[in-house]
Design a protein around this ligand. Sequence first.
Ligand code: ADP
Length: 254
Amino acid sequence: MNQSASCILQVKNVDVFYGDRQALHGITMSIPEHSITALIGPSGCGKSTFLRCLNRMNDLISGCHVRGEILLDGEEITETRNVNLLRKRVGMVFQKPNPFDMSIFDNVAYGPRTAGIRNKATLEESVISALKQASLYEEVKGDLKKSALSLSGGQQQRLCMARALAAEPEILLMDEPTSALDPISAERIEELCLKLKENYTIIIVTHNLQQAIRIADQTAFFYQGELIEFNDSKMLFTHPACEKTKDYVTGRFG
Ligand code: ADP
């Protein structure tokens, strides 16, 4: 792994419980900034639970309890009182595109408006910039007032990325963002991730091992709530250190 890159997130000994059931066991990892990290592993191994720890989305699940340390730029997030600010810094894109039932413009302006921006020109500027970053502007510039729900699935997912980017996050969490999309739309999202990592840190849950190989700088393999191996994607896929990782990446289970 690129040891010289500075780490934006440091996760130390994180345990997560749903009621009495422990879903994550002592997860420790450091995530380099301006890179793509893939989280892989069979269903139910804790990938989404881990992702939700990083912007405190697990707080919204009743009975869910997180223990351990998560440092964002050296600051503890498990205790922060300003969860809204945390979620602004650590944005999220979900598996199923979830645009709000409002116009394209209003979807993207949602974050800046929530942050108190009212000036029309400033709002317009941030909406256009986010749509451009999400490679959607050229397709929608003729009618930003059109309902977001009228866009195709792939466009809706890029709109959700634009909405997340308009809040000016540092980290973008993506939970299987391409699994509900056709292959061409999925490829566009992958290309977009590669472009966005110049300015953002991306952490992506994927079931698609080929996708992790194509886009992720480093990959973390989770199994039954434990982090089994975390390494450069190339190393993890070609020279896995653990037998379990080898079995998974060679398709012996999963
Ligand atoms: P993955 O993303 O790898 O499929 P999850 O993080 O969704 O795994 O799930 C990890 C474990 O936590 C599973 O056993 C799952 O049943 C449990 N789990 C996930 N979400 C909840 C929830 N909201 N309430 C109770 N248990 C949950």
